[in-house]
Design a binder for this molecule. Structure first.
Ligand code: ZN
Length: 788
């Protein structure tokens, strides 16, 4: 025991020493990976050939590899002595010839990360059966021994041996698919341009596909489940438009030989931009109704943008991660603007800015920091690029991005690479910009109060939080002769500014027009100016802010005015929704219910969704409008309509529970509506059949969102038997962490009660001999039990 311990320790020390050696002297250039996925044991048998360039005098090489066993290790075709532990494999003391070498490793592993075996444990045959991968940041070392470092780029060959009944998809181009003995196929994919290994992808499953081409001839393949063919045009909506737009917007042709998109079950994230092979969660396989609740279109654009930003040019480390997510999010915004117009773009930027401010309220980490979190990497990153474009101008910005991509193509970048491209293209110094927006935490939070005297506006500026030394701010003043702009500089001192556009009568003014600066602004303005702002501005944000401002001014007649906004149908739903919300405190309940009913009848499904959330205790009249939405154009609407009907014991709603629309429609995503109906049937009518169906929905036959919804419903019912216990334990061992957490919470709460504790202990007793080591560890940790 002691000896093993010291050998392991020694191993780690030597390995640590080699990391620097390896960085200095070896460059891995090509990976040839061959795998035989074993679905029975969720295991991988593999062979990997790693080509590398070695410097003079190299006699040691190490690669990452978590909990693997090795069958053979050769260097340039000759067996060599090697060492390994549960984190790495390395050799030392074997002379490596200068120049090109090949290290070949044959290995076995049973990974819990990096590659996932889905649905093979579902005896019912309902679940799709898949094998798929997810590598970011360093998870591929769990199933491929290699130098798992995003700064080292490789070309690829991937060979997959698997049952010929399935499709196997991987990075690059399919070179060949050959039939093998015993009913398997060998798929061989090749990618001749270098990329980081975290972007390696394999997806195996039963798929059909649609093949199209971009304007530039790039082959595009969209995979889907055969049974979901009829909704193809919803989940892959605008696919080719997005691709063609992206090539133009980026200003550089798609840098890879093809582009594929593959849905998979129980994906932990939304999607992953693996080079040429994006993998996304099948919860995006929406139908026409679910499209209004959640859709893949924006994700499609986001992952595609990564093929340039992240895959072609890759950040050196997590402190520069915003160069991946900020760019992908920004080009996704631009793609949405292209599809849905300026108002959509403005509203998106506004909403995303609120998320950035939220992040700044909880901690003060700058964007250029590995711990910045999603709202900064994605939303703030995109905002910073929008501001950069504003300052550079459209033309120069595009030249800068082209320079940045071309100069660093197939290489690595950091924030300074972008700054350096700006310097080289425009001769301008943007160090101050990056210092403020990337390396300084927070955004300005400011207040303005205004008074108008003799045609002159006095703006009183009150800084609440000013992270920068100063920031320029423009104010747009609208007057009888048109519009003029005044520029001011805001610092950490309160100040008063005057607006007086050459004696013209001021109609209204907008601080920070078109959201030029990412700053949180609270403004008080006299009532008539809000009215003019609402009536005259073409910007959805200006109109939205006017509606918000109106209420604060508490002028008589505000309620009527807000009603007119709702009724006169402002072009954007968010403005009307805000008017409706403001009316709550300005009217009695009966009147307010009438306004909600009006909004529920609106043609815009997004306004209907906002309105139904405001329904609390519906009277008969309002309930009638709610009822109509049980067939609404959104599952959120349908579900809420059902819940509200049941809440007030509407006999009509009780009948819906047995209606086809609720029982046969999967209610994508996560069968939310169906699960609500089953839940109410089981709870209200003690319906055994509904309970049994609900039990099955917690099983591995279904996707993780359905299972979590069903587990939630079952936990309210409080029913536990041996069968359900088995499904919960299966969920407790799942790859998907959200499902795992849900099952763990529920089982722990059951375990605290004597009656259900017995069921759990009995289940463990009956099955402990079948538990794997991993499962034993999970059970021990969850229930503080020894399972041996
Ligand atoms: Zn992303």
């Amino acid at each position: 025991m002691k000896m093993i311990m010291s050998r392991r320790l020694l191993g780690i020390c030597i390995w640590m020493g080699f990391v620097s050696l390896l960085r200095a002297q070896t460059d891995f250039t090509h990976m040839d990976l061959e795998v035989w996925p074993d679905t029975l044991n969720s295991a991988i048998h593999g062979k990997v050939k790693l080509r590398f360039q070695a410097g003079e005098g190299t006699d040691s090489i190490g690669v990452n590899g978590i909990e693997m066993s090795y069958d053979a290790v050769t260097l340039n075709g000759t067996s060599i002595p090697y060492s390994s532990n549960d984190k790495a494999l390395w050799f030392a003391g074997t002379e490596v010839r200068p120049g090109e070498n090949q290290l070949e490793i044959e290995y076995n592993c049973q990974p819990r990360k990096g590659i996932f075996f889905i649905g093979w444990d579902d005896a019912s045959g309902v679940s799709p059966r898949q094998v798929w991968t997810q590598g970011q940041g360093i998870d591929h070392r769990h199933w491929i021994p290699h130098k798992d470092d995003q700064t080292d780029k490789l070309t690829l060959d991937i060979r997959i041996h698997f049952s010929a009944d399935y499709q196997a998809i991987a990075n690059g181009e399919l070179v060949s698919r050959t039939q093998e003995e015993g009913g398997t196929s060998l798929w061989h994919y090749h990618l001749g341009k270098p990329m980081s290994s975290y972007l390696i992808a394999i997806a195996i499953g039963k798929y059909d596909s649609v093949q199209t081409r971009g304007k530039n001839g790039v082959p595009l393949t969209q995979y889907y489940y055969p049974e979901r063919e009829k909704d193809y045009s919803w989940y892959y909506a605008h696919n080719e438009d997005i691709f063609n737009f992206m090539n133009e917007a980026v200003g550089m042709e798609f840098p890879w030989p093809n582009y594929k998109q593959v849905p998979v079950k129980d994906f932990h994230h939304g999607a992953m931009e693996n080079t040429t092979a994006t993998i996304f969660g099948d919860f995006f396989l929406v139908d026409e109704v679910a499209f209004n609740d959640r859709n893949y279109t924006y994700v499609n654009a986001h992952e595609l943008a990564h093929q340039w930003f992240g895959n072609l040019v890759t950040a050196t480390g997590s402190d520069h991660h915003w160069l991946h997510e900020g760019f992908a999010t920004y080009y996704q915004w631009l793609s949405e603007r292209n599809l849905y117009g300026e108002d959509h773009f403005d509203w998106l930027r506004w909403e995303e800015a609120q998320l950035v401010f939220e992040a700044s309220r909880s901690d003060s980490v700058p964007l250029g920091n590995g711990k910045a979190g999603s709202y900064r990497f994605y939303q703030k990153g995109a905002w910073v690029l929008q501001m950069l474009k504003d300052r550079l101008g459209e033309e120069d910005y595009k030249k800068v991005i082209q320079h940045y991509l071309q100069k660093n193509a197939f290489g690595v970048v950091n924030t300074d690479s972008l700054n350096s491209s700006i310097r080289q293209v425009t001769s301008k110094d943007f160090s101050g910009f990056f210092n403020d927006w990337v390396f300084t935490a927070g955004e300005p939070v400011v207040k303005f109060r205004s008074t108008v005297k003799n045609g002159i506006v006095e703006l009183e500026y009150i800084p609440v939080y000013m992270p920068f030394e100063s920031i320029p701010l423009r104010v747009k003043v609208k007057h009888e002769e048109g519009a003029t702009f005044s520029s001011f500089v805001l610092g950490s001192e309160a100040k008063t500014f005057k607006l007086n556009p050459a004696g013209n009568k001021i109609s209204y003014w907008v601080i920070n027009p078109d959201m030029e600066q990412l700053m949180s602004i609270h403004e008080e303005k006299p009532y008539p100016f809000w009215i003019s702002q609402y009536e005259e501005s073409e910007s959805v944000i200006d109109r939205y802010l006017a509606v918000k401002g109106l209420k604060a001014s508490s002028e008589k007649g505000t309620g009527d005015y807000l009603l007119s906004i709702l009724e006169n149908t402002d072009e954007h739903y968010a403005v009307r929704a805000e008017a409706l919300k403001q009316m709550k405190s300005l009217s009695n309940e009966k009147k307010f219910n009438g306004y909600i009913a009006y909004a529920l009848r609106d043609e815009d499904v997004q306004l209907q969704k906002e309105a139904i959330l405001l329904v609390k205790d519906p009277d008969k009249k309002l309930l009638k409008n709610v009822s109509e939405l049980r067939k609404g154009r959104s599952y959120i609407l349908r579900n809420r309509a059902l819940e509200l009907g049941i809440d007030v014991s509407d006999p009509e709603a009780n009948r819906w529970l047995y209606d086809d629309i609720y029982t046969s429609e999967p209610g994508i995503p996560g069968r939310k509506v169906e699960i609500s109906a089953l839940f109410y049937r089981a709870m209200l009518f003690n319906d055994k059949e509904a309970l049994q169906t609900l039990k099955l929905r917690t099983s591995q036959a279904y996707d993780f969102i359905t299972r979590m919804n069903a587990i939630e419903a079952m936990s309210v019912i409080g029913y536990l038997d041996e069968e359900v216990c088995g499904y919960y334990f299966n969920a407790l061992f799942a790859y998907n962490w959200q499902l795992r957490r849900k099952a763990s919470e529920l089982l722990k709460s059951y375990y605290a009660h004597n009656k259900s504790k017995k069921v759990i202990l009995q289940y463990i007793e009956n099955h402990k001999n079948d538990f794997s080591d991993f499962q034993k560890r999970v059970v021990s940790a969850t229930f503080e039990l020894n399972t041996d």
